[in-house]
Write a protein that binds this ligand. Structure first.
Ligand code: DX5
Ligand code: ZN
Length: 219
């Protein structure tokens, strides 16, 4: 029904020039914003005030990936800020993730659930009926520029089958190590949203890199 979505990750951009960096990827589908809190992952990036500022100037809808503890407390703020999609980690939710999905949708965004590489999909199949996006991490969350973990792709395949047979209705997003060498495997497995940090912002021409990734993903 829709072609592949390319979501450049601001994590690999110049944090001192976020407005310009969002404009350099104006032809992307979503702009991926990695929120880290030094607790859920061993890194710290930015939070709601900065996301609110980016939202005001970004030409591309925001895709907020919350790598934070107690996401149920903070996630709706990102939806209220105007993000298109807000994703929380299943491993970080203290209560039922479906409550977060309900709050996100009520606040006006799509609701996403992220799984670290070692987290089984099977534990969340029921829960995912209430979500719009499944984010399958293809690296350990925390840093850009890591190597793609192909062993995670069976989760993408299973999710795609469940979407094809009508059991789930989800964007299937992959995040980590996506580049010209890996995107085809992820697309073949059934992903339809592709986060790319270093592959886009590390390129001389980010617009060209986005177009190339989109073509490789099967647009
Ligand atoms: C890692 C982040 C990713 C990161 C991907 O925890 O979730 O979004 O920016 O960077 P690359 O594409 O360089 O692996
Ligand atoms: Zn991310």
């Amino acid at each position: 029904s829709h072609g592949p979505l390319i979501a450049p990750s601001l994590l690999s951009s110049d944090f001192a020039r976020l407005a310009e960096e969002s404009q350099r990827v104006a032809d992307a589908d979503w702009l991926h914003v990695d929120v880290m809190d030094y607790h859920f992952v061993p890194n710290l990036t930015l939070g709601l005030p900065v996301v609110q500022a980016i939202q005001k100037t970004s030409p591309v809808p925001l895709d907020c990936h919350l790598m934070i503890e107690a996401p149920e407390r903070w996630a709706p703020g990102y939806a209220e800020a105007g993000a298109r999609n807000v994703t929380v980690h299943a491993e970080a939710c203290t209560g039922d993730p479906r409550d977060v999905a309900r709050d996100l949708r009520a606040a006006g965004s799509l609701a996403g659930l992220a799984l670290k590489p070692a987290t089984p999909l099977d534990d969340y199949l029921d829960v995912l009926r209430d979500f719009d996006t499944l984010l399958v991490m293809t690296v350990e969350p925390g840093f850009g520029g890591q190597e793609f973990i192909a062993e995670v792709l069976p989760k993408v395949r299973t999710a795609r089958e469940l979407v094809q047979t009508g059991h789930l209705k989800l964007f299937i997003e992959v995040d980590g190590g996506i580049n010209a060498d890996t995107i085809e495997q992820a697309a073949e497995a059934g992903a339809d949203v592709f986060v790319a940090g270093s592959a886009v912002y590390g390129a001389d021409d980010p617009a060209k890199a986005i177009a190339a990734l989109r073509a490789q993903a099967g647009a």
